[in-house]
Write a protein of this length. Sequence first.
Length: 235
Amino acid sequence: MKNLSENWITEGWVDFEYKKYILLAYLQHVESQFKEVKLYPPLGELVQHYSKLKSFSENREQLKASFPKLLEGPDFKEMKLKYKALDPDDDMMKQLEEIVAYALPKLKKAIEEGKSIYDFLEEEMVIEPVGISPIYQKEGYAFLSFKDSKDVYIYRYRINLFQNSLDTFKGIMMQLIEKVKISLSQTFEQVKLDLIRAYKELPNPAAYRIHCAHQIPLQESFLPISKRLLLKTIK
């Protein structure tokens, strides 16, 4: 099973053995992805599922609220469809709580496995500036390279600030521009100069090389870890 529905625990047949089968099938798929060093999206999904079940375990009413709702019909006065909440009985709630208690440690173990792979790969990566770094670094380029490979993936990045009612946090967007080969004449510094000529809206861009000591999947691992490295590096 490649995906686990957001409300998998309350959708369909609520039975411990059935839900256990669904969870284990999903975790088996996640494990196969981790063996291929494909961290995302599985690792992010695991964290979301764990957080939701943890919240369920601490709030019985929230677990009830996650149940599918029954369509009663149209409300012509409000011009919308009316739904009726399905209230599970005590036996079903006990079954759900048993499923949550079983699933939480399984999900946590899978998260720890993914995080250990993530931490190992991050330690095996080196990030360094290319050329002179300007004061403004919220936009620029990232050169992603692998060990024993002359191929370099050039990404343009932009860091944005997001704010909610509690805090302000940083996010980053990275867009692939091109793939080049590094050589004695085509150095990282030369690539940066070529980018300055091609994209005149960034006349003095920040540029970072992010090098991985292993050949790993670009989209599923290298790119998401690179995003975090850039956010940690650029203040």
